[in-house]
Design a protein around this ligand. Structure first.
Ligand SMILES: Cc1cc2nc3c(=O)[nH]c(=O)nc-3n(C[C@H](O)[C@H](O)[C@H](O)COP(=O)(O)OP(=O)(O)OC[C@H]3O[C@@H](n4cnc5c(N)ncnc54)[C@H](O)[C@@H]3O)c2cc1C
Length: 356
């Protein structure tokens, strides 16, 4: 069996982002890499969106970006403008094509379907397959989206809707998310923040159809693409091993309060690339401690008071758009953190803090 200097387990977002970053910066000229990925073919399966607070390698895979966004609750609609940090949506199909085409040109990179096909004894391993604890109390962000095409030009494609809470909450947190790619094309997602113990929440197709037809009042449309997923709002098990680093969701790159992971994966890839010559000894990259603590408190409040969350999210967006975007993207300073914390209802957050 062949030996490799590096093995990446899982050729998804984190695995391919890391391999691409290493290849781009010529870290694979004298080193060999095996990528282990069981899927037979790559198809578009996700739309990765985020506020562009840092540069990344995939601007050419951006399907659309917006400088305006809105949020709706039963009390009204907020319109926010964020010129400094546009909200970008990456088409995973374009991402897979770009990364795999480039990696296949490198003779030092090989693809395998199963880890058993390679000798792991002397390799450094980057693992993106998470080990998730089976605990019924864990919270998830679970969702499903339809990309629809309409006959008429219906959407305002200059503004995306981050959260619309005008929908059934069922003692959980539920909102719709609309990304208008064109005037007659949009991705519409139903998103729940909840435990996975209520199957009635997963009646996604009906939820989206009702929202499109009743709330958006669109009757004539065609579904051109569908995506579905569940992001753990808890950290996967991270067992320290000398020759292994977990990456992606497995490596704790998800912001637990929001589910945003893509840009953290890009920062982690860059960190590994910069330290690759000393990879065995480096400090593990983590989302900053203050965000991990604040997210833990936030999720405690969410778990205890789901009915208060639409109002809490709505109030959070009373801050300046730059501040809120930086906070949600792990780039805020202490002053900005406090300006958001002070917008929160004090007592329920203090109680959650004391219990954490
Ligand atoms: C539908 C969806 C939409 C999302 N949208 C956003 C978003 O808008 N913004 C954002 O920031 N984040 C988003 N996320 C969260 C996160 O960015 C993605 O989940 C991202 O794909 C995580 O990258 P990853 O490499 O950790 O996992 P994945 O991309 O899932 O990659 C893991 C890979 O491992 C492979 N694999 C599985 N089992 C094995 C095995 N035994 N051996 C080897 N390989 C294996 C899988 O086939 C897969 O290719 C989304 C998640 C989902 C599911």
């Amino acid at each position: 069996m062949r030996e490799f200097d590096y093995i990446i387990i899982g050729g998804g977002c984190a695995g391919l982002s890391l391999a691409y970053e290493l290849d781009l910066h010529k870290k694979l000229e004298n080193k060999t890499l095996a990528i282990i990925e069981p899927r037979d073919e790559y198809r578009k399966d996700k739309t990765w969106s985020f506020w562009k607070v840092i540069n990344h390698n995939f601007d050419d895979c951006v399907k659309k970006s917006w400088k305006n966004f809105s949020i709706n609750s039963s009390t009204g609609t907020k319109h926010l403008q964020c010129n400094n940090y546009p909200y970008q949506s990456i088409d995973s199909g374009l991402f897979y094509k770009k990364t795999i085409t480039k990696l296949k040109e490198n003779k030092n990179v090989s693809f395998f379907k199963n880890i058993k096909d390679v000798n792991q004894n002397k390799s450094f391993i980057f693992n993106s397959v998470p080990t998730l604890e089976n605990n019924k109390n864990n919270l998830w962000q679970h969702f499903c989206g339809f990309e629809i095409k309409t006959k008429e030009n219906i959407f305002d494609d200059s503004i995306m809707n981050l959260m619309d809470f005008n929908c059934e909450q069922k003692e959980s947190v539920h909102f719709f998310y609309t990304l208008p790619f064109q005037k007659n094309r949009a991705l519409i997602e139903t998103t729940w923040l909840s435990k996975m113990n209520d199957n009635s929440l997963r009646d996604y197709d009906n939820q989206i159809r009702n929202y499109v037809e009743q709330n958006l009042r669109i009757k004539d449309y065609e579904i051109v693409y569908k995506e579905e997923g569940a992001i753990p709002l808890f950290y996967p098990m991270d067992i320290k091993e000398k020759n292994k680093i977990n990456i992606g969701t497995a490596g704790g790159m998800t912001r637990l309060s929001t589910g945003y992971t893509f840009l953290n994966i890009q920062e982690h890839s860059k960190y590994i690339r910069m330290n690759i010559n000393n990879i065995q000894n480096i400090k593990h990259f983590k989302i900053e401690k203050k965000y991990r603590l604040l997210d833990k408190i936030f999720l405690k409040v969410l778990d205890k008071h789901p009915e208060k969350m639409p109002e809490i999210f709505f109030k959070m967006f009373n801050s300046s758009p730059n501040t809120i975007v930086k906070f949600l993207s792990n780039k805020s300073n202490l002053f900005e953190d406090f300006s958001i914390i002070f917008k929160m209802p004090k007592w329920i957050f203090i109680k959650a803090l004391l219990k954490s």
